[in-house]
Design a protein around this ligand. Structure first.
Ligand code: GAR
Length: 206
């Protein structure tokens, strides 16, 4: 079975979507570790104690020390794929390079629009008719790696950042599961994704 490690800082609904997909047989993989920069993050409660790793990233004088420990802990669980699912800290180049090509991130915007934070408010301020979420490969530049798949929703009259975030999140869960299904079945690499459509195999360059 393919091994998935998850990095997360908060609630963990995207991790839960992966756990649910594994539990009911839609995703053939194991979650082998959940890693957090916040020891009190609710996401950690979603897995057994043995799968939890956390350090208070803010307590390190040097961010590189924190990321070396994180990287060693990640490497120790030998993940095939590492998924950033609400990991709210910018990853340093050394960590990204160490796992390059097998590290994915889910981001709440239609990239390349709105890299970084407050994506929902920024989409509303810009008057966008559509908004959504993207899953992409992690590269050293923030939220700039190749996009694998996106979910799109209309912005509705009366939307505020909270309502928009809620509707985007509903679409994030199946999006993330779909991308991990491709990943664990060997149809995804940093140059593109190979998807079977009507019995034909298509290679879609990213
Ligand atoms: C999700 O909306 C995810 O796209 C976003 O944080 C939320 C985590 O929710 N990620 C980022 O903003 C990354 N910059 P969750 O903890 O319930 O999965």
């Amino acid at each position: 079975k393919r091994r998935i490690a998850v990095l997360a800082s908060g609630r963990g609904s995207n991790l839960q979507a992966l756990l649910d997909a594994i539990a009911d047989g839609r995703l053939d993989a194991d979650i082998v570790g959940v890693f957090s920069d916040k020891p009190a993050a609710p996401v950690l409660q979603r897995v057994p104690d043995a799968l939890r790793w956390s350090r208070d990233a803010r307590s390190y004088a040097d961010k590189a020390d924190y990321e070396r420990e994180l990287g060693d802990a990640l490497a120790a669980c030998a993940p095939d794929w590492i998924v950033c699912a609400g990991y709210m800290r910018i990853l340093g180049d050394a960590l990204v390079e160490r796992f390059r090509g097998r590290m994915l991130n889910i981001h709440p915007s239609l990239l390349p629009k709105y890299r970084g934070l407050k994506t929902h408010a920024r989409a509303l301020e810009a008057g966008d008719a559509e908004h959504g979420a993207s899953v992409h490969f992690v590269t050293p530049e923030l939220d700039a790696g190749a996009v694998i798949a996106q979910a799109r929703i209309p912005v509705l009259p009366g939307d505020d950042p909270e309502s928009l975030a809620r509707r985007v999140l509903e679409r994030e869960h199946p999006l993330l599961v779909a991308v991990l299904q491709w990943a664990v079945s060997g149809r995804l690499n940093e140059r593109g994704t190979t998807v079977a459509v009507d019995g034909h195999t298509l290679f879609t360059p990213l």
